[in-house]
Design a protein around this ligand. Structure first.
Ligand SMILES: NC(=O)c1ccc[n+]([C@@H]2O[C@H](COP(=O)([O-])OP(=O)(O)OC[C@H]3O[C@@H](n4cnc5c(N)ncnc54)[C@H](OP(=O)(O)O)[C@@H]3O)[C@@H](O)[C@H]2O)c1
Length: 265
């Protein structure tokens, strides 16, 4: 059955790659991202490759408090039923907390946490009324432990993972047909790296890193199989288990060792 998928941050990186999987399966898309040529390029390239797929775009800054309501107003005005909401838009900040621009970090928290929360609330209600739908949350490997030098970003992703998993269990408990899948990617070289000022960070070439196609494919399979959580590398499921057995201090030490390499001056 053809569905309509709303993907925040669908203009580039993981969101764009995931949009390709949904389009290939014949689903219609609404891509939401910051205004700019990337969003239009994503629309035209998908439409060219999959002419039968409808691709709407909606440019908006989701870190602004009214952003999610504008997206909702757009889909409502077009009478579009959103069957799958992919909460993917996000960015990171890196460095010692005192050195990070606090306004920028507040924007990040607005985007990574509040816009995701607001969109979920807006689209969950009609899904609940239809007793159908699927929510995808893009969290991070950073969600599993506190992250020195990415303190606020890591905490925002812990929110995403905790919220997504809690919602999964809540809906399951109610016997709902709405599915929730939380994805926890490792470091992936995308525009994320540049936006976070992490070009010199060792994180994106280390043994734990992955690539955007591998992550998007794992997320797609996780969605199709209605998985609760997807950790898209060979090693992360093992690390997930080990990290539960080891003291929290060790997880923090490992994160700190990786994140403090080549810090911005
Ligand atoms: N890359 C990684 O290492 C990594 C690892 C784990 C988790 N993640 C998570 O994966 C998600 C996608 O990241 P990515 O790696 O694919 O990065 P990306 O290529 O930078 O994509 C981010 C997307 O979010 C959009 N976006 C940014 N700020 C926005 C705003 N204020 N309002 C609306 N849209 C906005 C961007 O739009 P524009 O292109 O128009 O700016 C872009 O489409 C994020 O939530 C990130 O935290 C990434």
């Amino acid at each position: 059955m053809t569905k309509t998928i709303l993907i925040t941050g669908g203009s580039s990186g993981i969101g764009r790659a995931l949009a390709g999987h949904f389009a290939k399966a014949g689903h219609h898309l609404i891509l939401v991202a910051l205004p700019g040529p990337e969003l239009e390029l994503a629309q035209s390239s998908i439409q060219q490759e999959y002419p039968d797929v409808e691709v709407h775009i909606y440019p908006v800054d989701l870190s602004q408090p009214g952003g999610p309501d504008q997206v909702w107003a757009f889909t409502s005005s077009k009478g579009i039923q959103v069957d799958v909401l992919v909460n993917n838009a996000g960015f990171g900040t890196w460095g010692p907390l005192y050195a990070i621009d606090s306004e920028r970090e507040v924007q990040m928290l607005e985007l990574n946490i509040l816009s995701l929360y607001k969109l979920t609330r807006l689209y969950l209600r009609p899904m609940h009324d239809r007793n159908a739908g699927h929510l995808l949350f893009i969290a991070s490997i950073a969600a599993f432990q506190p992250n020195p030098y990415m303190a606020a970003y890591g905490a925002s992703k812990s929110f995403v993972r905790s919220f997504g998993l809690a919602l999964y269990h809540e809906l399951k408990d109610q016997g709902s047909n709405i599915r929730v899948t939380t994805i926890c990617p490792p470091a992936v070289p995308t525009a994320f790296q540049q936006v976070a000022g992490m070009n010199r960070s060792a994180l994106f070439s280390g043994w734990l890193s992955s690539d955007v196609d591998t992550v998007a494919r794992a997320a797609w399979i996780g969605y199709a199989r209605k998985k609760r959580q997807v950790i898209p590398t060979r090693y992360l499921p093992v690390i997930n288990v080990i990290s539960r057995l080891l003291p929290e201090q060790l997880g923090i030490w490992l994160a700190r060792q990786t994140l403090r390499k080549n810090l911005p001056e």
